[in-house]
Design a protein around this ligand. Structure first.
Ligand code: GTR
Length: 331
């Protein structure tokens, strides 16, 4: 059976299970099974965050609510998973907000390049009023925003040459996540964007369909992209928050007590993901260096040139200028 077909079959059987599980009954004695789609493998820190969420839900409901984590894209790539969550065939998914911006446009403000000074600044924003407000905004897309996970910082890598300055990116074919803003960002840098699901990137680099991509250390490592694209440049252009969302259709069928339990379990799983993330970032960096990746470390002056190239992008997304200002002013 083809991978896509298998995913579809899984999704359909999942839909059947979910609806028999919740079936509009708001009673608190019912056994509930929820499926969560995750793109990363089981040993990835973000997947372990999902698993911590699942553990807390099960423990706090005395085993009545079970969250099954389908890692490694078993339920499909992120964009497809989001669509399935939207109509309730999959109950939950953990995704990057990048593909979710195609469903909830306001989220773009949280993924603009260089919008955060560093990881601490990003967490101040996500855990403050702006982040909370954005979690509510995703409801318009028929999702319930539960929590954010640490995405680290993303940088460019490629199979062709060392990128020492932003001008070296000119004309390179770079894969981006499936979000219009990501395409616009690559154009602003003078490179050529190719949107593509995460799972297709390795072979696209290997066969020369694209020259490179961009990601954080753990993804560059766990996807094995470092094997086919050894030039990594630490420009840190993006921090794209990871988000855990639930289908609003499914959520609305739960009792308010269960809704609260799920929301709280998600919030309480964040600390575990953050801690594992910080460890994995260091571990992955060391691993790819040992494996022969050529790391080009940029100084602040060089990074400022990358940022300057984003000016047309900020203008293009001027509707988010106020929010961007608020983000910048978050201390
Ligand atoms: C990873 C992220 C995934 C996915 C992937 C990608 O860092 O955790 O959710 O967005 O990047 O580049 O598609």
């Amino acid at each position: 059976m083809g991978k896509r077909l298998l995913a579809t079959v899984l999704v359909l059987s999942v839909a059947a299970a979910v609806f028999s599980g919740c079936s509009g009954n708001k009673g608190d004695d019912k056994q509930i099974v929820l499926r969560l789609a995750e793109t990363h493998p089981a040993d990835y820190p973000t997947t372990k965050g999902d698993m911590e969420f699942a553990r807390l839900v099960e423990e706090r409901s005395n085993g009545r609510i079970k969250v099954e984590v389908y890692h490694s894209k078993q339920l499909g790539e992120e964009k497809a998973a989001i669509e399935q969550v939207q109509f309730g065939a999959i109950d939950l998914t953990r995704v990057s907000i990048a593909p979710l911006t195609e469903f909830v446009k306001e989220l773009i403000a949280l993924q603009l390049p260089y919008v955060y000074r560093n990881g601490d600044h990003m967490w101040k924003v996500l855990e403050g009023p702006i982040g909370e407000d954005m979690l509510k905004k995703v409801e318009a897309g028929k999702f319930v925003g539960l929590c954010y996970y640490d995405p680290g910082s993303r940088s460019f890598y490629n199979s062709k040459k060392e990128v020492k300055s932003v001008d070296d990116l000119k004309g390179m074919k770079i894969r981006v996540m499936e979000s219009k803003m990501m395409i616009d960002m690559i154009n602003a840098l003078g490179a050529s964007p190719t949107p593509m699901p995460y799972g297709e990137v390795y072979s696209a680099i290997q066969t020369g369909v694209i020259d490179g991509a961009e990601n954080n250390w753990p993804s560059y490592d766990s996807s094995s992209h470092f094997e086919v694209a050894k030039y990594y440049t630490t420009d840190g252009h993006l921090r794209v928050p990871e988000i855990l969302i639930m289908s609003k259709l499914v959520f609305d069928k739960l009792s308010s007590k269960d809704q609260k339990l799920i929301r709280q379990a998600a919030k309480d799983s964040v600390a575990v993901q953050k801690k594992l993330w910080a460890d994995k970032e260091k571990e992955s960096e060391a691993k790819v260096v040992a494996a022969g990746s050529k790391i080009t470390r940029l100084d602040d002056a060089e990074i400022a040139k990358f940022q300057a190239k984003m000016e047309p992008l900020y203008k293009q997304y001027a509707e988010f200028a106020d929010l961007m200002e608020k983000i910048k002013n978050t201390k």
